[in-house]
Design a protein around this ligand. Sequence first.
Ligand code: GLC
Length: 568
Amino acid sequence: MHSQIKILFLLLLTAWLTPELCAQAKPVDAEGHQWWQHAVFYEIYPRSFADSNNNGVGDLNGIASKLDYLKQLGVDAIWITPCFPSPQVDFGYDVSDYEAIDPMYGTLQDFDHLMSEAKTRNMRILLDYVINHTSDQHKWFIDSRSSRHAAHRDWYVWRDGKGPGVPPNNWQSTFGHSAWKFDPKTNQYYYHYFYAEQPDLNWHNPAVEKAMFDVTRWWYQRGVSGFRLDAVDTLFEDPDLRDNPILAGTNKYGDPEMEDKYNKKLPQVHDVLKALRKVADEHGAVLIGETYTNDISELKKYYGEHSNELQMPMDLMFGMVNKLSAPEFRRQIAAVDGAGGWPVFVFGNHDNPRSYVRYGDGQHDDQIAKLMAGLYLTLRGSAIMYYGEEIGMTNNDPQRKEDVQDPIGKTGWPKEKGRDGERTPMQWNDSANAGFSIAKPWLPVPASYATHNVASELKDPDSILSFYQKLLALRHQNHALLDGQYVALNQEDPNVLSFLRKYKDEAVLVVLNMSAAAQNVSFDLGPQGYASAKGNALVTTDKALNGEHTLQQVSMQPFGVYIAAVSK
Ligand code: GLC
C-alpha cells in the first residue's frame, strides 16, 4: 500500500512538472532553435541597479520594481551577478553560502517574489555561479583550514611550501602577487587564483563536484533558467605544480609577466562542463560561460565536441577591443560566426570599461553608442546587454586612490584603477543620485546622469534608449535577424561594415559607418539572390534614408546606421 501511494505521488509529480520542462526545452521555431537563442539577455549588477530600501546599495526588490522597464525595453532574461551571502571582498564573487541571498540584497522570499514577477512577464532569471572558488568565510573553507585532517581539507588546494617563507611554486594571482597564501594554523599554503579571500576549490575531489552540482539543482528547482558560469577556465591546476614559464617584462602589479600554462585551461575543465550540462539539460536550463579567449579554436571547444558543454560560451573579444575598426570587427565576427556554435557576442560587462568610452571619440559618443547597438543587436546569435549601456552610461573612474572600492584598483594603482568605473548606479532620472537611491550610493554617479537617464531618454525619440527599443523590437519579430545566415558584404571597405542576414525570401541589410567621415556605399545583392536594388528602411539614424532607397548609392553620415529589408 505504502509503495502504491509513493508511485501515485511520483506520477502526479511528473505530470505536474513535465509541461513546464517541455515548455522550456521546446524549440521556438522551424529551425529548432531554443528559447535562449532568440532571447535578449541583460546583465544586472545588483549593487547598482535599483535601491528599494534606500541604503545606498541596490537589492532584489529594486530589480523587481524595474521589470516593467526591462520588459518594455525588450529584455527576455536577466542575469544577476552574485547576490549570495558574501563578505563582499570581490563584491559578491566571494560566496560564503551558495543557497541563500545576502541580507544586503534581501531574502530568499524576495528572490521568490522576483522570480514570480518575472514569470508573470514571461521573463527568465539566470544566476551567476562562482565555481572556481568560494569565500574564505564559506563553512567548507573554515572547516578546511581548521586542521590537516578536517573533513573538508581536500576540498581546497593545500600544499607545503618549498621552504620557510617560500610558496609551493611561482604561480601568480590574476589580481596580483603570489597565488599562494600561508596559513600558520596548519603550516601549509592554500591556492587562490583571485584574491586570497577566494580560495580555489579542488575540483579533482568528487565530493566538491557533487556539492557544486547539487547547488545548481537547488536553484533550478527554485525556478532559475540557467547560470552564467564564472571563471570556468581556472577550475583545475597541474597536480605536480610545475612552475609557469616567465615572460619578458612586468605586469600592472609589478610582478613578472607569466604564461598561466599550468593553472589555466586544463583539459579536465571540459569534463566538468559536460557533467554540469547534463544537469542543466534535465532542467531545460542554459549555461553561459565566462570564456576569455582570443583563440577561436579554444572557443569552439567550449561548445563541446557533441554540443554537450556550454550552450553559450561568451565571445568576449569585443569587450576588449578599444577601437572602431571595420576590418577588425569583420574578422572577429567571421571567426565567431564560423565557429560552428551559436554565437554569443558581448560588448560590455562589469569587468571592462563601458563600451561608451571604449569606442567613443569624445565628439560623437551618442552616435557611436547607437552604432554599436546597431552592430551587436543585428548579428546572428544571442545578445547580452550590460545594464545602462542602453542609455549611454559612461565610465566614472575614481580620481584618487582613497576613493577606490575594487581591491585590484588599490593593489594596482595608478596603472590599474579597478572596475568601479563601469559599476556605477543605474541612471533612472535627473534627480539626486540619478534616482537610484535617496541615500548616498556606494559608488558616485557620473555627471552625465543629468542628460543620460531613463526618464529623459524615454521622452526623446532620438535618444540612445529609443534607438535600442526600436532595434530590440525589430530583432524580436524579424525572421532574418533572428535566424538568418550572416553574409559579409563589401569586405574590402576600410570604413563601413556591412552584412546581410539572409533567411529564405527575406533578408536584412545592415550598414554601419565606423568612421567620422561621410561615406558613399553601393551594394550589388544580385549574387546573393536579391536582385531588387532597393532597400526598405527598418531602423536608421539618418532620416534621409527612411522609406525605400536605392542600394546603388547609400550615403552614410559619420557613424551612421542603416538597417533595411531587401527582397527577391
Ligand atoms: C570573474 C568575474 C569578476 C571576478 C572574478 C573572480 O572574472 O567576472 O568580476 O572578480 O571572476 O570571481
